[in-house]
Design a protein around this ligand. Structure first.
Ligand SMILES: C[S@@+](CC[C@H](N)C(=O)[O-])C[C@H]1O[C@@H](n2cnc3c(N)ncnc32)[C@H](O)[C@@H]1O
Length: 272
């Protein structure tokens, strides 16, 4: 029986242990298990209860001991297994009942991973927690495709944003971003969760002064066997992505460094 099936977890009269368990927020990286930190691999090998997201790679999941309980609390677009509030409630309840919990998240827990909200809830409930960082999708994608995120000649700043539209439509039809800042030259822009809003994103960047010919690409499934890069310009990428059926998980990268990827990607030697 999974922990989600146990009535205890959702029972308001849940047993409160004398001492709460400990929660470890662990970054699983972008997919390739070789990109786990040594600390994360050790924590996985020693765990007995894991709450994991949908984006955690199979190779990382395989490192969880067979006897450990696994709960998929993963959120896939349009098909949420548990709401974020539900995940937090479950974490707090399990820890209060004395269980040690490993909370496994794709990439890094504190980069668009809602680890901040989970840490806040744990802190206010008085539950001891630890954070083990992970390689974020942008870093994994950059290394795996030969795309330097910064470069003295092409990008002296680097910005990560979410392309996830807000439910209450903002000034740009739900994408409430600082467009003048994002359209600056000599900068690399990495957009997480930007597949759906890609046409709007590119249109707003051009409207705010980014040259239409600026190199831009999508990187799907970075560091995984299905990895795919589609490179174009900020003007032509939305059509290319639609025609080629780009799907999450994918990043959008915009900036002059994208042009280097075509050369460096070919020269890149990947470990077997
Ligand atoms: C909820 S965010 C989680 C980000 C994660 N915490 C991190 O640091 O990478 C999910 C988004 O991350 C990006 N992402 C995660 N893994 C990816 C991968 N292997 N390749 C490309 N993009 C990825 C996609 O934009 C995806 O929609």
């Amino acid at each position: 029986m999974s922990v989600l099936d146990e009535p205890l977890c959702f029972d308001p009269a849940v047993r409160i242990a004398a001492r709460p368990g400990r929660v470890t927020l662990v970054g699983a990286g972008p997919g390739d298990p070789d990109l786990l930190t040594v600390k994360a691999a050790r924590a996985l090998a020693a765990c007995d209860l894991v709450l994991h997201d949908a984006l955690v790679g199979e190779g990382v999941m395989a490192l969880i001991p067979r006897q450990a309980q696994r709960v998929d609390v993963g959120k896939r677009s349009g098909c949420h297994k548990l709401s974020q509030d539900g995940i937090i409630e479950l974490l707090v309840r399990l820890a209060k009942s004395g269980r040690d919990v490993l909370r496994l998240k794709g990439g890094d827990p504190f980069i668009f991973g809602r680890g901040g909200e989970e840490a806040e809830a744990l802190a206010s409930a008085g539950i001891p927690f630890e954070v083990i960082p992970g390689i974020s999708a942008a870093q994994g994608a950059a290394a795996a495709t030969g795309l330097p995120l910064t470069h003295r000649d092409h990008a002296r700043s680097l910005v990560f944003v979410t392309g996830h539209a807000q439910t209450s439509a903002g000034p740009a039809g739900g994408l409430d971003l600082d467009w003048p800042q994002l359209a600056r030259p000599m900068q690399t822009l990495v957009v997480y969760m930007g597949v759906e809003t890609l046409p709007l994103l590119c249109a707003k960047l051009i409207e705010h002064g980014l040259p239409a010919a600026t190199p831009a690409c999508t990187i799907e499934n970075a560091t995984r066997p299905e990895q795919r890069v589609l490179a174009a310009t900020v003007e032509t990428l939305p059509l290319l992505a639609r025609v080629q059926g780009v799907k999450p998980p994918a990043l959008v990268v915009v900036g002059e460094v994208v042009a280097l990827q075509a050369v460096l990607g070919k020269a890149l030697v990947t470990a077997a």
